[in-house]
Ligand binder design. Structure first.
Ligand code: GDP
Ligand code: MG
Length: 177
């Protein structure tokens, strides 16, 4: 037996944005609960999930916000962005349009969020490489030009999901500590 009660040193709000159906909710389900569902309706209504990780011997609680389907109606409000210190801009590597829309999401994010918010570009569904419509090079180049971190992930296969969240949390930690 031991005392597992944790002292939380930091709480970081991270918002997930990007077109509908790119896999935002499943990335969050994979990261926070190690779950995945092929039924996208399963997560509608979820506001945020939390997960605590250890960074530099500190307990860092990630509070990750999901749009709960509002992105379909372009109804993501400023309340959603308020207080966010990190943002994950997600596209689907098999849907060129979802990548082309990233510039718009970035503009919206920069209009609403804090100036020093840490932004990470995420190309999700890397398991569907045979249907790839966005090259890794194109995305890398865009990310470099815009000063974003970048990673390709698969919520389905659990590839790079934890590393992506760990990267953004570590960068946020660096900016605040
Ligand atoms: P959201 O609208 O951005 O929240 O997207 P969802 O998380 O609801 O996912 C939309 C659909 O894509 C669902 O059918 C998911 O099961 C599927 N999906 C999500 N992530 C992946 C992935 O990494 N690989 C594959 N093959 N499908 C995924
Ligand atoms: Mg969703």
């Amino acid at each position: 037996h031991g005392d597992f009660s944790q002292k939380i040193d930091y709480v970081f709000k991270i918002v997930l944005i990007g077109d509908s159906a790119v896999g935002k909710s499943q990335l969050l389900a994979r990261f926070s609960r190690n779950e995945f569902s092929l039924d996208s309706k399963a997560t509608i209504g979820v506001e945020f999930q939390t997960k605590t990780m250890v960074i530099d011997h500190k307990n860092v609680k990630a509070q990750i916000w999901d749009t709960a389907g509002q992105e379909r109606y372009r109804a993501v409000t400023s309340a959603y962005y308020r207080g966010a210190v990190g943002a994950m801009l997600v596209y689907d590597i098999t849907k060129r349009q979802s990548f082309d829309h990233i510039a718009r999401w970035l503009e919206e994010l920069r209009g609403h969020a804090d100036n020093n918010i840490v932004i990470m570009l995420i190309g999700n569904k890397s398991d569907l490489d045979s249907q790839r419509d966005v090259s890794t090079e194109d995305a890398k180049e865009f990310a470099e030009r815009e000063g974003l971190f970048f990673m390709e992930t698969s919520a389905l296969e659990a590839t790079n999901v934890e590393p992506a969240f760990l990267t953004i949390l570590t960068e946020i930690y660096r900016t605040v500590s």
